[in-house]
Design a protein around this ligand. Sequence first.
Ligand code: NDP
Length: 310
Amino acid sequence: METLKCVIAGSGPAGYTAAIYAARANLQPVLYEGVLRGGQLTTTTEIENFPGYHQGVQGAQLMEDIRKQALRFGADLRTGIVTQTNLEAPPYRIRLDNGTEVMTQALIIATGASARYLGLESEQRFKGMGVSACATCDGFFYRGKNVAVVGGGDTACEEAIYLSALCRKVYMIVRRNVLRASQVMQDRVLNTPNIEILWEHQTAEILGDDSGVTGARLVHKSGREKVIDVPGFFLAIGHHPNSEPFLPWVQVNPDGYIITQPKSTETNVRGVFAAGDVQDPKYRQAVTAAGSGCMAAMDLERYLSMQCGL
Ligand code: NDP
């Protein structure tokens, strides 16, 4: 069985940035690119808040650029999904979706989190064409327009408040007659004049044409239908961190996010580090993920030099 110095799982900004740093430190990282090469950002359109791209960049292009930078320094980028691990003691055992296994001295988990979607066919059709799961990424495109946010948690409230500063009106589509969000966030939403909460409504269909989303057809608990005209439709019904292959070894919080030490990427398993959205329910930005990927590679380098003299 192949024994490696350093495996990185995941190919978002955290994984590729970790690969750049690890490759430049001559750690010969092997990165498994996972389910979606390039990660969540490849499903968005233009990104305007990643430093350095002063004219904006398409999400897919940004990821391709970071990928090329990792390749330039000799990172070994491989197709494969980490499906299972044994992290009892180093060297750690990693199993891939094609059934092969490798051993590694150290591991960086950068498998990200997946936004939850409603599961509607129309939602898939308009993904990136008005349907978004990130107001900070895409809200800017709807300046002065009406938008909708689905969800009643802290994320939905935060996104609605963020959008209310840019957009004419924000509809919050809430399936119950209460918000799940913390009281302070509820108060802020309820005190924002251009947020209208549509209580006890579910989305039946997202409406649109070749240009993208034009509205949504909602159904009230009573069965009454309502159509809202919105070119932007934001999902905020939670994220799902992709931490399963690393359980039960790494500690996670009740929502499944990997717990790292403060100001560090160390997990409870020595030589196993976590970076990006799989350990970050709060910031979830490309630039913060990239930053934590850098931290993970530096933590890993220090670990290997102390433990193995590599
Ligand atoms: P949550 O799980 O807290 O909330 C999800 C919301 O989406 C709920 O209102 C839920 O409704 C609704 N929802 C779920 N599925 C559907 C569906 N199929 N159709 C319609 N609505 C649906 O997720 P969040 O992302 O908001 O928050 C995750 C965690 O992160 C929480 O612990 C939160 O407190 C924390 N957080 C903290 C922040 C902060 O402190 N600033 C900012 C953002 C998040 P229902 O209530 O009916 O189940």
